[in-house]
Ligand binder design. Structure first.
Ligand code: HXC
Length: 258
């Protein structure tokens, strides 16, 4: 499929979606977010793909929602169009794991997009921020909620109220990103993680993602109950038998997603 604002590559079971609006530091407009969602849906339904990476350029993952597109909108425009809501719902329907490989700026909607992925690997030049306050608005696709869950109230308030940026080292220390690597190695590291995920049983992978995401939506007791049921149900799969037999026989498991 031909896209205008992203590039998509599928190599060795990994789909890589690269945001590609260099003149606007990959600012998210309706076109770009819609194309990302379509690419995610394609990857989710492509049996060959087992993990997805979303990345940008070495200067910017994405510098936020496109200010040019938003500047002249009225409340009624935003409200009636329910700006970006349909896209975020489509994004969050993705069942396969999504890694955000972030170099450079991940600001505003860019930071929010990275946080919608399942985990973030950052290049050492990454800068995260929610600077919407400088534009007279606030985050609009989950930033106040997700950043607070990632880094806690105090740091989230600091970021949203002052609009300051967090560097990669601080982002790792605060739990926003899972690991930081030299920016030149970012894609190698993300790809290696994606390939490793792709070697697992996809049934267990999807269950793990589902269970971790459930922890954001429910109480601890309900979440543990949900996890227990998923755990038990995996004993109906051939992959569980194979995984445990392979351990006992001291060999690599050959998962078949059955
Ligand atoms: C539109 C953008 C943009 C954005 C950068 N550009 N960010 N265009 N929307 N969010 C454009 C610039 O206008 C410029 O275009 C080109 O990209 C290069 O940017 P520069 O500013 O010249 O680069 P630099 O000096 O290196 O500064 C980089 C920067 C700065 C610090 C990232 O661009 C910046 O502060 N951008 C805005 C960040 C921001 O406020 N994000 C939050 C957006 S609101 P020209 O044509 O002049 O060369 C948001 C809400 C989300 O995200 C919720 C939605 C529902």
């Amino acid at each position: 499929m031909a896209y205008e604002t992203i590039n998509v590559d599928v190599t060795e079971n990994v789909a890589t979606i690269t945001l590609d609006r260099p003149d606007a530091l990959n600012a998210l407009n309706q076109k770009l977010l819609g194309e990302v969602c379509t690419a995610l849906e394609d990857a989710d339904s492509n049996d060959k793909v087992r993990c997805i990476i979303i990345t940008g350029s070495s200067k910017a993952f994405a510098a936020g929602a496109d200010i040019t597109e938003m500047a002249n909108q009225s409340f009624v425009d935003m409200f009636m169009r329910d700006f970006f809501t349909a896209e975020t719902k489509r994004f969050n329907n993705t069942r396969k794991p999504i890694i955000a490989a972030v170099a450079g700026y991940a600001l505003g909607g860019g930071c929010e997009l990275a946080m919608m992925c399942d985990f973030i690997i950052a290049g050492d030049n990454a800068k995260f921020g929610q600077p919407e306050i400088n534009l007279g608005v606030i985050a609009g696709i989950g930033g106040t909620q997700r950043l607070t869950r990632f880094v806690g109230k105090s740091k989230a308030m600091d970021m949203h109220l002052t609009g300051r940026f967090m560097d990669a080292e601080e982002a790792e220390r605060s739990g926003l990103v899972s690991r930081v690597v030299p920016v030149k190695k970012l894609m190698d590291e993300a790809r290696a993680a994606a390939v490793k995920i792709g070697e697992k049983s996809q049934i267990a992978t999807i269950a793990a993602k589902d269970a971790v995401n459930r922890s954001y939506e429910t109480t601890l007791a309900e979440g543990i109950n949900y996890e227990r049921r998923l755990f038990q149900s995996l004993f109906a799969t051939e992959d569980q038998s194979e995984g445990m037999a392979a351990f006992q026989e001291k060999r690599e498991a050959q998962f078949r997603d059955k």
